[in-house]
Design a protein around this ligand. Structure first.
Ligand code: ZN
Ligand code: ZN
Length: 274
């Protein structure tokens, strides 16, 4: 079974209030071997929002300093491997700034995530106004393809069908055949670049009630030669750490993955799932 959770947030993210040390202790209690903090860095995001929400800027030096402090603690070192990553919210306006931050910071792991398309978060109903759900999803996936083609400083693409959490979850809208050519192109680029994807259990806790991405998308990724896959709970509090991890182990095994990937100093380690 998988014992590493490589997508979690701490109080350095605008939408989490949990201290790193509390996340680490909870992860240890849940029998995890490896965790990775991936706090949000999405500096232009607030300008896309119409309401007052959390701000997704990140104090990178303070984040690195704090992680260093907790990782130097010997009692933690003997119990669990704690790694430091980042979840970079990506869109063309951030490509050059993102590269600068990633290349000047000692991160173990970089998740690239699309939290917007058309400069809007699909979380907001206005994203879906005056557009049919299939077109709304298509635009979101096309923007992922644009990022994947043009940006290189990352390890995996996060929650690929995140937009599906916030629209009609009918079989027609979720049918991969509506988007299959875009996904083939995304996976061709990822595989050629030696990048991967994650299985994210945040969707299990949403009205979608499913992992992101879906099993069909995971299967297509495998067919396209994808081998690098990480597990992430996307926990913003102690309760959600490792959420759905056993279910993810079963699902990945069923799709044909034998290894889960963990990243250290931006290099993949392949760990047997069973
Ligand atoms: Zn995210
Ligand atoms: Zn996240």
């Amino acid at each position: 079974m998988i014992k590493c959770d490589q997508h979690m947030h701490s109080s350095f993210s605008g939408d989490s209030h949990t201290e790193m040390i509390d996340m680490i202790n909870a992860a240890y209690d849940k029998n995890l071997d490896i965790i990775c903090f991936t706090d949000h860095y999405d500096p232009l995001f607030p300008s896309y929002r119409k309401d007052e929400g959390p701000i997704f800027d990140l104090d990178v030096p303070a984040y690195i300093e704090n992680a260093k402090k907790v990782r130097n603690n010997e009692s933690i070192q003997s119990r669990i491997k704690v790694r430091l990553g980042i979840e970079l919210g990506i869109y063309p306006e951030i490509w050059s700034l993102g590269s600068e931050i990633i290349n000047s910071s000692p991160f173990d792991f970089v998740i690239l995530s699309s939290h917007t398309a058309k400069k809007l978060d699909p979380y907001f109903p206005e994203y879906w106004e005056n557009i049919n759900p299939v077109d709304g999803m298509t635009i979101y996936f096309e923007e992922i393809l644009d990022n994947v083609k043009n940006f290189n400083d990352f390890d995996v693409y996060g929650h690929l069908d995140y937009c599906a959490r916030y629209t009609e979850t009918t079989p027609e809208v979720l049918d991969i055949y509506n988007y299959i050519e875009i996904f083939r192109a995304i996976f061709k680029n990822l595989v050629e670049k030696g990048k991967g994807i994650e299985i994210n259990s945040g969707g299990l806790r949403s009205k979608l009630k499913n992992f992101n991405p879906s099993k069909d998308i995971l299967r297509l990724y495998k067919e396209c030669g994808g081998e690098i896959i990480t597990f992430g709970s996307d926990a913003h509090n102690v309760n959600d750490i490792a959420y759905g991890i056993d279910l993810a182990s079963e699902l990945l095994t069923d799709v044909g993955f034998k290894y889960i990937t963990a990243f250290k100093e931006r290099k993949p380690e392949f760990i047997k799932i069973n």
